[in-house]
Write a protein that binds this ligand. Structure first.
Ligand code: ZN
Length: 461
């Protein structure tokens, strides 16, 4: 019996020794442990399991990890050297990355397990070989094709053939080069007078949640026009301080995932370029709420036709774009009460029905008659008694931003009236489909309802 134990333990020691030997013999890829790393975070970063790293590196205690310790990463056959990670930056794609990271395309594809190059998203952690570990760093250039550039023209200038150029760029079937295409030119030839219409782009926040407002700023090389689209929504740009700015909302009901943001710039001298960036939209974690309404009021919700026609009327009144913004700086709170009874984004179920309804605004509880103030200057575009929303007012603040006030005690303003920031535009009531006196306040941005509280906390744009 004792002999068997001894035999088994010897065997285990042998296995451990052989795996250490394997780790030392291999040429990588390796990762050097950095401050703040844990085996778990490293495993996450490289799409591995803690156990796999432990096994490969013969680590018995995963909690002991030294800064600078060199770990062999399993599962990357044929890749030699030291690897690191960094997030995907604006404007980068699988075509630009080989140059920007000085890594070969196939190595990046293998390291990052890229199956669909179009699904790379901003901020995505990218695994790459560290430059000083590279045997043969590519020395090519990355350029943006201009209107006059052709596949053969660029190939000749780079000292290669169109066939090779297409292969290198991963375009086996592409026939025509379009202005704005990112082209990797091998051989390190730098082209002169290239159009670089995109001088600067900023997106805040870069990784929005459902219900957030996004501020997009684009700076072009010279005078020109900027257009864009987020998902299915066309963007409207206005100009301020030499920048083209577009505000847009992330729909609170949208499925979390990656959505395309497409922008194009055309300069006065005829150059143009388009850029597509993937924006990851994350789940805001909205709560669910069940509401029980008395039979009389519930009847109104069941009236599909009444509900839909009101929704359509509101959406069309709250969608539009005037190129003059009526506000400067932060929005003021529309009410002195800071007693919030219901936040934005809640999924609601009425009288036991499905959780299909979005609470598209924020509810402030306040006594009947409490004054409501305009949060910023604007123009009244709707002042009407509605069946569900009660006495309803809508203000256009310009640049595609609207605010809405439902369930008021009475209507105090009329359509076409200009209002100043802080001006009283109505009073808290209990009209329409309401369960007590409160102000339901909404903010619409580019036709989408967003979390209004964001507008009180920050200066937008
Ligand atoms: Zn409400």
């Amino acid at each position: 019996m004792r002999l068997i134990y001894r035999f088994l333990s010897t065997l285990c020691v042998l296995i451990a020794v052989s795996s250490v030997a394997a780790a030392q013999n291999s040429e990588g890829p390796f990762y050097d442990v950095e401050p703040g790393d844990t085996l778990f975070s490293i495993a996450n970063q490289f799409g591995l399991t803690v156990q796999a790293i432990q096994d490969t590196n013969a680590i018995t205690d995963p909690s002991i990890l030294a800064i600078g310790q060199r770990l062999l990463l399993p599962g990357y056959d044929g890749i030699v050297g030291l690897v690191g990670t960094r997030p995907l930056l604006l404007g980068e794609s699988i075509r630009t990355l080989p140059v920007q990271l000085a890594n070969e395309r196939n190595i990046l594809v293998q390291l990052n397990r890229i199956i669909n190059p179009a699904a790379l998203y901003l901020g995505q952690p990218l695994i790459h070989l560290e430059p000083d570990e590279l045997g043969t760093a590519p020395t090519g250039e990355f350029v943006i094709a201009g209107l006059k550039d052709t596949m053969i023209g660029l190939a000749l200038r780079a000292g290669t053939s169109p066939f090779e150029l297409k292969l290198i760029n991963g375009w086996p079937t592409k026939r025509l080069l379009l202005a704005g295409d990112f082209v990797y030119l091998p051989g390190g030839k730098i082209l002169e007078n290239l159009p670089t219409p995109f001088r600067h782009i900023s997106i805040v926040p870069e990784r929005p949640e459902q219900g957030q407002t996004v501020v997009l700023r684009v700076m072009g090389e010279s005078e020109g026009t900027v257009t864009g689209r987020f998902g299915e929504d066309e963007l409207n740009f206005f100009e301020t301080e030499n920048q083209h700015v577009a505000l847009f909302g992330i729909d609170a009901m949208v499925t979390p995932g990656v959505y395309p943001l497409v922008m194009s710039v055309s300069t006065a001298d005829g150059d143009s370029a388009a850029l597509e960036i993937r924006i990851p939209v994350s789940d805001a974690g909205y709560q669910m709420q069940s509401i029980v309404l008395p039979p009389g009021k519930a009847q109104l919700l069941l009236d599909e036709e009444a509900r839909t026609s009101e929704d359509v009327a509101i959406k069309s009144a709250a969608t539009g774009f005037s190129s003059y913004g009526h506000w400067d700086g932060k929005f003021q709170s529309p009410i002195t009460s800071d007693y919030i009874t219901t936040h934005f984004g809640l999924r609601r179920s009425y009288n036991g029905g499905p959780f299909q309804t979005l609470h598209g605004g924020v509810d402030f509880g306040a006594p009947e008659g409490t004054p409501i103030h305009a949060p910023a200057a604007g123009e009244i575009v709707l002042a009407e008694e509605l069946r569900i929303r009660g006495n309803a007012t809508l203000i256009d603040h310009g640049y595609g931003v609207y605010t809405a006030y439902w369930h008021q005690s009475e209507l105090s303003v009329s359509v076409g009236q200009k209002v100043q920031s802080g001006e009283v535009i109505g009073h808290v009531g209990d009209s329409g489909l309401s369960t007590g006196p409160h102000l339901h306040w909404e903010v619409w941005v580019n036709g989408v309802r967003v979390d209004p509280l964001e507008w009180l906390g920050a200066k937008i744009p």
